[in-house]
Design a protein around this ligand. Structure first.
Ligand SMILES: Nc1ncnc2c1ncn2[C@@H]1O[C@H](COP(=O)(O)OP(=O)(O)OP(=O)(O)O)[C@@H](O)[C@H]1O
Ligand SMILES: [Mg+2]
Length: 249
């Protein structure tokens, strides 16, 4: 099983940006290959990573459900081909986009194939990074039952912090196999106030680090440039490296 790190948190806190930085970090440290998993229905991790995506597991699942197989191909071969097409390969990482969730009807057969595929696939990677959609609903649907480290991204707003505490609690209540969970404060304009630190302390969560607000990150995003290509010495990336050094074994 890979060492897996999942990102969670309220919308817009920087989960996808941090997932990109983590994948950049793992590449720099030679901790490759990395399996990057985009579990957000409105997936955009590929933009942060600078790769094109055409197929998703969701679309493969839909085709499997329909059961239409092109002539001359066995069903099994066709399905493995579809699933494999949902994995984009690059030098240091491969990206798997989960895509849309199930619609109505029975997906049992498709899901059995999918589970088998995911098990075989994840076995090929020493590291796995999972970007999730906002909120907490998704955590309960995490396809991967084992998460070694859950990084809950927050801002310093009350709602951002409370969302982080709820996600942490949910992860524990659901018993989804989270090894350790930490809170990260991103887009910090200044050092978190005593008040904020106190709130975190009372929640029982551990603050693993803070990442400053940074114009380059913002500009890269605005111009559609991949965050993964920000300079190594960028100050937000350097702060993220400090955090990753503490959690990646
Ligand atoms: N440290 C930072 N400094 C400046 N801008 C940042 C920083 N971190 C993230 N951003 C910007 O904040 C915006 C939201 O970031 P991102 O998409 O990573 O958040 P998210 O939590 O994945 O959002 P969603 O919930 O929509 O998936 C983006 O424009 C991103 O470039
Ligand atoms: Mg995101």
């Amino acid at each position: 099983m890979p060492f897996s790190i999942a990102l969670a948190g309220k919308g817009g806190t920087g989960k996808t940006t941090l997932a990109g930085m983590l994948i950049k970090y793992l590449g720099m440290k030679g901790k490759t290959p990395v399996l990057a998993v985009d579990s957000d229905c409105n997936s955009n991790l590929n933009e942060v990573l600078g790769v094109e995506v055409t197929d998703t597991l969701g679309s493969a699942r839909e085709e499997m459900k329909k059961g239409v197989v092109p002539g001359g191909m066995t069903k099994d071969i066709f399905m493995s081909m579809k699933l494999e097409q949902a994995v984009v390969e690059t030098k240091n990482f491969d990206l798997l986009v989960m895509g849309q969730p199930e619609g109505q009807g029975c997906y049992c057969a498709a899901n059995t194939l999918l589970t088998g595929f995911l098990e075989r696939l994840t076995g090929n990677y020493p590291y796995m990074v999972m970007d999730n959609e906002a909120g907490m609903e998704h955590i309960s649907r995490l396809t991967t039952s084992n998460v070694d480290v859950l990084l809950v991204v927050a801002d310093t707003s009350r709602r951002g912090l409370q969302a982080a505490f709820r996600i942490d609690k949910l992860a524990k209540d659901l018993n989804i196999g989270v090894g350790k969970s930490f809170i990260v404060i991103n887009q910090c304009k200044e050092k978190p106030s005593e008040f904020v630190l106190d709130l975190i302390d009372k929640s029982g969560m551990e603050l693993i680090g803070t990442i400053p607000e940074d114009d380059t990150i913002y500009e890269f995003d605005l111009k559609g440039l991949p965050t993964i290509e920000i300079p190594d010495e960028n100050k937000a990336f350097a702060a993220a490296v400090n955090i990753f050094d503490k959690i990646v074994k």
